[in-house]
Design a protein around this ligand. Structure first.
Ligand code: MSP
Length: 522
């Protein structure tokens, strides 16, 4: 692939820095990390962006309530909480954008001036409810009795402000056309239907500035106003890759390599911003639209969206301290169909950890290494082949690739775990410990161990995007780091080519991949 070719570009939402990340935020970011690692292992060039949304009333109010200046508050949380949590979860993002960075603020101002020059912006008056929790201008029909926001169950503010407006309504026919012609532009289908029915209703123009506080990017031609936080935030996807930079500059080159984004990953709470306002902004500027907005479901606690404001947020460390980082990365994508809501349950996580990770996968690997040490002096035996295993691997890899590229993480992981179960079945049927009792069976024993080892080689590669640290340990204990190189460089498209693990290489007993939970709790 040439350096000039288009990268697979994936974004997560940029998160508000009113608090530290909880597992709902981590759910989106881990999904993005798994998908981008998968695409990298397909041999594609990839760009993975995440970041923080730092302007607006919500962050300002939180900073004030904590007796801090907003910038100081954001710096502290970003450096002290957000970046360290992503690092601890092994998130391999290529860039991290903060909306208070000059590179973002300057490009946002330039973009807005461009829209104004082209007649997409006009002065008007906004009167109506506003939810600070959502940072959203609400329609009266959106609210519960007592002007309560349905998401936050808190009263909305009633605003009356002279603001700048974006002619959002002018783009409704083109947006409808876009989603009707290209169903993959908004997924899953439930999300697309929601967007279409919203567009078929009364879409109002959008106020894109605020005048009652100053924590934001100044409107370039009217500096008493700041740009509405969502208008500012959505642009991060494009400012981070050089939006509007002059031809020939590094920014322009990066933009050509990345834009349009392949996937904007979002929770269903922020679907309309991404599937209505954002593409309309791009259309107004004459830019290509993102290929896909994918809205996943919510992690629920007590049947409601887990959230900090409702005091139901669980910190990732509360789970990773007990189960480890890789089990955390695995569990949510494995247990909840991406796109549906799901409840977090400690019991379900413990059960899957024990049956799928510790027993099916971890034990298979440790038994194999122990048998090679015992029966083959710790050396991978002669190359062998098993038609049925090889066919099962082929089909697992194909199913997993198709599913994960379609963001069906559950389907993809299932296919891989089913193959793992198949390999366990093979070991049980062949019973190498019985073969080992008679030296006359040595050739047969070696064959069984080679076939198992090469299957585990493939499992490590296929599970690497989901569980990078554990599979790295396994890779090293198979001796594959020395002979085959970095696990992250192993290609998905070649994983089912049988016989890659070189006979003669030395295996070593590594750390237990998934320790028994009781032992960890001590
Ligand atoms: N700052 C805006 C996004 C701007 S993007 C241009 C925002 N931030 S947020 O901090 O509230 O994060 C929202 C995102 O966090 C959701 O869309 C989702 O990706 C994730 N989640 C937050 N709570 C969640 C759950 N309970 N369950 C699943 N995902 C959740 O909105």
């Amino acid at each position: 692939m040439s350096a000039e070719s288009k990268s697979f570009y994936l974004t997560t939402p940029i998160y508000y820095v009113n608090d530290a990340p909880h597992i709902g935020h981590a759910y989106t970011t881990v999904a993005g990390d798994v998908l981008t690692r998968w695409h990298r292992q397909r041999g594609e060039s990839v760009w993975f962006l995440t970041g923080t949304d730092e302007h607006g009333q919500k962050v300002l109010n939180t900073a004030k309530a904590n007796g801090a200046e907003p910038q100081q508050w954001c710096d502290k949380l970003v450096e002290g909480a957000w970046k360290p949590v992503w690092q601890s979860l092994n998130i391999a993002n290529d860039d991290f954008i903060r909306t208070t960075e000059p590179r973002h603020m300057e490009r946002v101002q330039r973009f807005l001036s461009g829209l104004k020059d082209q007649g997409h912006i006009y002065a008007g008056k906004y009167e109506g409810p506003y939810c600070i929790g959502c940072e959203e201008f609400k329609l009266p029909g959106d609210l519960l009795a007592g002007e309560l926001c349905p998401t936050h169950s808190t009263p909305c503010e009633i605003l009356s402000e002279e603001n700048w407006f974006f002619r959002l309504s002018a783009f409704v026919p083109a947006l409808l056309d876009h989603y009707k012609k290209d169903p993959s532009a908004c997924e899953p289908t439930s999300a697309r239907n929601e967007v279409i029915s919203f567009l078929e209703g009364e879409v109002q123009d959008l106020s894109i500035s605020r005048s009652t506080f100053d924590w934001g990017i100044p409107v370039p031609w009217d500096t008493k106003q700041v740009i509405y936080v969502w208008f500012d935030a959505l642009l991060n996807y494009a400012t981070a890759v050089g939006l509007g930079d002059d031809v020939g500059t590094p920014g322009a080159k990066k933009f050509a390599q990345t834009w349009p984004a392949d996937v904007h990953l979002v929770g269903k709470d922020i679907l309309r911003f991404h599937a209505v306002i954002w593409p309309a902004m791009l259309m107004a500027a004459g830019l290509p639209l993102p290929k896909k907005v994918f809205a996943h479901g919510w992690l629920l606690v007590g049947g409601e969206k887990m959230s900090k404001s409702k005091l139901t947020g669980i910190a990732p460390a509360d789970i990773t301290d007990h189960f480890g980082v890789d089990a955390f990365r695995y569990y949510f994508l494995r247990a909840i169909p991406f796109g549906s809501d799901g409840s977090f349950s400690w019991e379900d996580m413990s059960a899957r950890y024990t049956s799928e990770l510790a027993n099916d996968f971890g034990n298979l690997a440790s038994r194999l290494i122990a048998m090679i040490e015992k029966y083959c002096d710790g050396v991978i035996p002669a190359l062998a082949h098993d038609d049925a295993l090889s066919a099962a691997l082929n089909s697992a890899a194909e199913t997993a690739d198709a599913a994960i590229c379609a963001l069906d993480f559950q389907g993809g992981i299932n296919a891989i775990i089913d193959f793992c179960k198949r390999v366990n079945g093979y070991v049980t049927e062949q019973a190498p410990w019985v073969l080992a009792k008679d030296p006359a069976n040595k050739v047969e024993l070696d064959k069984v161990l080679y076939n198992t080892a090469d299957s585990i080689r493939a499992l490590a590669v296929l599970l690497h995007p989901v569980m990078p640290a554990t599979t790295q340990i396994l890779w090293e204990s198979l001796g594959a780091q020395e002979t085959l190189g970095d696990i992250g460089l192993q290609k998905i498209g070649e994983v089912s080519r049988w016989g890659q693990l070189p006979p003669g290489s030395k295996v070593t007993k590594g750390a237990v991949l998934f320790p028994r939970l009781e032992e960890k709790a001590e």
